[in-house]
Write a new protein. Structure first.
Ligand SMILES: Nc1ncnc2c1ncn2[C@@H]1O[C@H](COP(=O)(O)OP(=O)(O)OP(=O)(O)O)[C@@H](O)[C@H]1O
Ligand SMILES: [Mg+2]
Length: 192
């Protein structure tokens, strides 16, 4: 992976998995993580994660976990990012705000991928319209299933990859989510 990568996770919509995914990806890449969201990241990723009141541009390998209002600092981050990851859920409210977020980001940078998070296979047909709407944006789509691995990862401060290799039982339990996550991680690493 080349140096000086700035990767941003953004959605105006709350609770879509921005912090969970950015913590996992940043830690697996050994990148610092900066956020404008008051979460547990400084505790679970000590020395590497920092919560900032105001987002500013930092020109080295860095991950941003950003939500809320798009201000000038965030626009600078959008413009400079090598990749912008937009996690979403499939309910209609999330889709609406996700599409709106993507349209806004697109004004500054079109290198956007969408992560459909908390997917439950059995319910997928119910969300056909939502998925069609996302497909219509012409961005690459990734799927991350609903899994307690995400909650555990935040509680324990370990990534899904770290949990997966811990014990044979963990490998068995987390096989599905690890596969989903590995696809995203490889995309982010840039070696599709
Ligand atoms: N794939 C998943 N499976 C199960 N639970 C998940 C998954 N992704 C996220 N969650 C849970 O959803 C909740 C919201 O996730 P997270 O805090 O990462 O979202 P966020 O977008 O950062 O939220 P906020 O807008 O509050 O910053 C958390 O409780 C997290 O554990
Ligand atoms: Mg968050």
């Amino acid at each position: 992976m080349s140096k000086n990568k700035m990767i941003t996770v953004f959605n105006k919509k709350g609770g879509t998995g921005k912090t969970s995914l950015s913590f996992n990806l940043a830690k697996d890449l050994d990148f610092p993580l900066l956020s404008n969201d008051d979460s547990v990241i400084e505790k679970i990723y000590p020395g590497k994660a920092k919560i900032l009141d105001k987002i500013k541009l930092i020109e080295h390998d860095v991950f941003y976990d950003l939500g809320g209002f798009i201000d000038e600092g965030i626009i600078e981050v959008f413009k400079t990012s090598s990749l912008i990851i937009v996690p979403t859920l499939l309910d209609i409210n999330s889709i609406k705000r996700t599409i709106n977020s993507i349209m806004e980001i697109n004004k500054y940078n079109n290198k956007i991928i969408v992560v459909i998070n908390r997917v439950e296979k059995k319910k997928l047909n119910k969300y056909e319209l939502s998925i069609n709407a996302l497909e219509g944006l012409g961005k690459e789509l990734f799927f991350i299933r609903e899994s307690e691995a995400i909650t555990n990862s935040i509680h324990l401060g370990k990534t899904i990859s770290q949990l997966y290799i811990e014990t044979p039982l963990a490998a068995h339990t987390y096989k599905g989510i690890y596969k989903d996550y590995e696809k995203l991680l490889n995309r982010v690493k840039g070696d599709k």
